[in-house]
Design a protein. Structure first.
Length: 251
């Protein structure tokens, strides 16, 4: 898939700036029947499909590559594919995922020798660009590249394995990123990945997130549609409560 096709795919399939994008991570899916699993979560109401790409170098695990992304496109998956690269070096693999059908590609600043160049490479490949922040990674990088980003991804676990518990200190980082995005006036998605579930997604949304990666919480559920609906309801309830606080003067 070339640059123009990739760019056009994003324009055709990505919804408008919704307040709640649910992106199931296929890391927790049944790989023996992955095509069916992806179709099932999309029918259940998911918006994006999230790829966790690990190299056993930057993180201590080895997962999937661009051939799987290409296979899902050939299988007929038209939804946005959100690729999170946990690899080092990162530039070598970006064009491969773009050609395979990735919609957006996010990477860690620690994995790139030249962050601005990597962002440019992603965008020149026809994909949306994102920067990922581990729990202990400072946000200072955003001072210089926020205007070039489409996604800021905050990790609420340390990367490398699925099924981890949400780290509460991530909430403050989410709030700080939200402040920066709002001050910029740009349409930048604030994504959160790690331990996201129906019982904590409300407070994550309240901190400022609008895009939510969930792996085991969705693929481990008996009914994908029920779980996704519960997540949306929790986000909706948090926003309704927030409007109520503003109306009566509470913060």
């Amino acid at each position: 898939m070339g640059r123009l096709e990739c760019a056009g795919l994003f324009q055709r399939t990505v919804p408008t700036m919704s307040n709640c994008i649910i992106a199931p991570s296929i890391l927790s899916a049944d790989f023996a029947r992955l095509g069916d699993e992806v179709n099932a979560v999309l029918r259940a109401g998911a918006d994006w499909i999230h790829f966790d790409v690990m190299d056993n170098h930057y993180v201590p695990n080895l997962t999937i590559g661009p051939l799987l992304c290409q296979a899902l496109r050939k299988h007929g998956v038209a939804a946005p594919i959100d690729v999170h690269l946990m690899v080092k070096p990162v530039d070598r693999i970006v064009p491969d995922f773009a050609r395979a059908g990735a919609t957006s590609i996010s990477f860690h600043p620690e994995a790139s020798e030249h962050i601005d160049r990597t962002i440019g490479l992603i965008r020149d490949s026809g994909c949306k660009a994102g920067l990922v922040f581990n729990p202990a990674t400072p946000l200072d990088y955003l001072d210089f590249v926020l205007d070039k980003l489409d996604i800021v991804l905050v990790m609420s676990v340390n990367p490398g394995f699925g099924g981890q518990s949400f780290i509460p200190m991530a909430l403050e980082k989410i709030r700080r990123v939200r402040e920066r995005i709002d001050a910029s006036g740009r349409d930048i998605r604030l994504e959160v990945d790690g331990g996201v579930k129906a019982d904590n997604i409300g407070m994550i949304a309240a901190a400022g997130a609008d895009t939510f990666v969930a792996g085991s919480a969705i693929f481990g559920a008996k009914d994908y549609a029920v779980e996704i609906a519960a997540m949306r309801e929790a986000v909706r309830g948090q926003k309704t409560e927030g409007r109520g606080r503003k109306a009566d003067g509470r913060q």
